[in-house]
Write a protein that binds this ligand. Structure first.
Ligand SMILES: Nc1nc2c(ncn2[C@@H]2O[C@H](COP(=O)(O)OP(=O)(O)OP(=O)(O)O)[C@@H](O)[C@H]2O)c(=O)[nH]1
Ligand SMILES: [Zn+2]
Length: 202
């Protein structure tokens, strides 16, 4: 068992993951939909689902500062862009997944302070593994780059398909939503269009 961690998130204090409570809630849900939670095939389901949600929502117990740790002074002050970072997040309206790719770029601080490339993907994970809306996920990543790396500019583009639009409701599988957040020097039209053309290029 890992130690419970209590952190302060963007919207107040985030509690620890209560596995027993999650299991009881899944059992209740099974009863609510007319299933028998005591039939053999479902006996372990509450425990499995609780573990799955602990994993899928692990970002609630992490902060961006935890992952943007390793920084180097390379003196590189031009744009760094990591494309096609696969994401799976959980829509906070329906608790159904949305999945796709994130493209994350930034212009380092004048000092040339940069971070490891994998840390950009880790930053995406911190915010994706929370109940989310795609717009907030996008802006939180960009704002963290500006704040923690003191970046001069940041751009985040996310393209995703929402299960709540494909398996229920309007049922439009394949519909993709694109969101972007652009900060600092990347708002300059020439820099922004250079970044966008790199993102679009296959
Ligand atoms: N802007 C935004 N909307 C989202 C996101 N994820 C889900 N939604 C939308 O949230 C809305 C919730 O609308 P409601 O009318 O309250 O819920 P609903 O009756 O289940 O809506 P339908 O999906 O249209 O059946 C829906 O239109 C979803 O498509 C997201 O990341 N961003
Ligand atoms: Zn939804």
């Amino acid at each position: 068992m890992t130690d419970p961690v209590t952190l302060t998130g963007d919207e107040g204090t985030i509690g620890e993951f209560d596995e027993k409570r999650a299991q009881a809630a899944v059992r209740e849900l099974l009863i609510a939909v007319g299933e028998d939670p005591d039939r053999e095939g479902l006996l372990e389901t509450p425990a499995r689902v609780a573990r799955a949600y602990r994993e899928i929502l692990a970002g609630l117990r992490q902060e961006p500062e935890d992952v943007l740790t390793t920084t180097f002074d390379l003196g590189h002050d031009e744009m760094v862009l990591v494309k096609d970072i696969e994401i799976v997040s959980l829509c906070e309206h329906h608790l159904l997944p949305f999945h796709g790719v994130a493209h994350v770029g930034y212009i380092p601080a004048e000092s040339g302070k940069i971070t490891g490339l994998s840390k950009l993907a880790r930053l995406v994970e911190v915010y994706a593994r929370r109940p989310q809306v795609q717009e907030r996920l996008t802006t939180q990543i960009a704002d963290s780059l500006m704040r923690i790396l003191e970046a001069r500019g940041a751009i985040v583009v996310i393209e995703a398909e929402h299960m709540c639009m494909s398996v229920r409701g309007i049922r439009k599988p394949g519909a993709k939503t694109t969101t972007s957040a652009v900060r600092g020097q990347l708002r300059d039209p020439a820099t922004r269009s250079e970044a966008m053309s790199l993102i679009i290029a296959r």
